[in-house]
Design a protein around this ligand. Structure first.
Ligand SMILES: O=C(O)CCC(=O)C(=O)O
Ligand SMILES: [Fe+2]
Length: 326
């Protein structure tokens, strides 16, 4: 069993002629590893290429400059995180990656910005690279459109109205991450990863990766399969909110990265994380809890879950006991 490819031709708009067929393929991928590729996804190849260019330029800024833009200066963790800042698998060494986090430009008087909720608030932009902000925001727009469409195809795949998730995704929590993995060190031990095994936390992740490879996905049987880069595709995976939303019918599987195949070069990747809005309550969708049984997960808000995961993987102080059964 591998990672299937979903061709979104004819399924990119509500009512599209291939929507039902794509929704069926979505369902089988979601019930397996929760990973699939999408092709003919409607995002311009030049836009993705430019996003990689921006990632390389951000990471080429002098380290003092990157550190001035550190996530430590942002209450919502927008900005630069250095090598080893995050440990995605607590049993392993800190991750060998560095990244820039940014997000949507919300108005300062938006209630979630005022409340200081995770992901709602300003990003930190480098003044010396003036085109970065506009391009990241345009890329985020394109990712938002594709993510919402994936949520609609997911709704169809669950025999729900196509717009079932739209309201919960009205003011989504979105994060664009531009990542650089240095070459895997020679002689590194088995506890060394670019990104330790983890599941994603939100609803859907849309990943652009360069040509080197290095991402591996755990299949339902436990084996690890390479998510080999394929031109013109994104890798899409479901995050932990989807098992919660589907009472375990759909899966968010572990994945991990080692930059082993680049011939000593850095690997770049650009994951985009899309989640329902902060206050959306994640309770099982109709038809997923068998009659007479209790739901498998404690209901929570999307925001509580996300914030808890940031705290855990960045070793931050636990401020609130919000964790459910995931
Ligand atoms: O770089 C990749 O291929 C995956 C990154 C990832 O899994 C993450 O940032 O959550
Ligand atoms: Fe991930």
């Amino acid at each position: 069993m591998g990672i299937p490819v979903l061709d979104l031709t004819g399924a990119l708009v509500p009512g599209g002629p291939r929507s039902a067929e794509v929704a069926r393929a979505f369902r089988s991928a979601a019930m397996a590893s929760g990973f699939f590729y999408v092709r003919h996804h409607g995002v311009d190849a030049a836009m993705v290429e430019r996003q990689f260019d921006i990632t390389r330029r951000l990471m080429a800024l002098p380290i003092e400059r990157r550190e001035q833009l550190s996530i430590e200066h942002s209450p919502i963790m927008r900005g630069y995180e250095g090598l080893g800042a995050q440990t995605l698998d607590a049993a392993m060494k800190p991750d060998l990656k560095e990244s820039f986090y940014c997000g949507m430009d919300w108005p300062a008087d938006h209630p979630y910005v005022k409340a200081g909720y995770q992901t709602y608030g300003p990003s930190q932009w480098p003044a010396e690279l003036p085109d970065v902000r506009a391009h990241c925001e345009a890329y985020i727009d394109a990712m938002n459109r594709l993510s919402l469409r994936l949520m609609q195809l997911m709704a169809l795949s669950l025999d729900l109205p196509e717009d079932y998730f739209d309201a919960a995704c009205h003011d989504p929590m979105v994060t664009l991450r531009m990542v650089r993995y240095p070459a895997h060190p020679e002689g590194a031990d088995e506890r060394t990863f670019g990104a330790g095994a983890h599941t994603d936390w939100g609803a859907v992740t849309i990943l652009a990766q360069d040509a080197h490879g290095g991402l591996e996905v755990q299949m339902p049987g436990g084996s690890w399969v390479a998510a080999t880069p394929m031109d013109g595709t994104f890798v899409v995976n479901l995050g932990d909110m989807i098992p919660r939303w589907t009472n375990g019918l759909y899966h968010s599987n572990p994945h991990r990265v080692r930059n082993l195949y680049s011939g000593g070069q850095a690997r770049y990747s650009i994951p985009f994380f899309y989640e329902p809005e902060y206050l959306a309550r994640i309770v099982p969708v109709p038809g997923t809890v068998p009659a007479g049984e209790a739901p498998r997960y404690t209901p929570c808000t999307a925001g509580e879950h996300l914030q808890e995961m940031y705290r855990k993987t960045y070793g931050l102080q636990k401020q609130a006991a919000t964790e459910g059964a995931a």
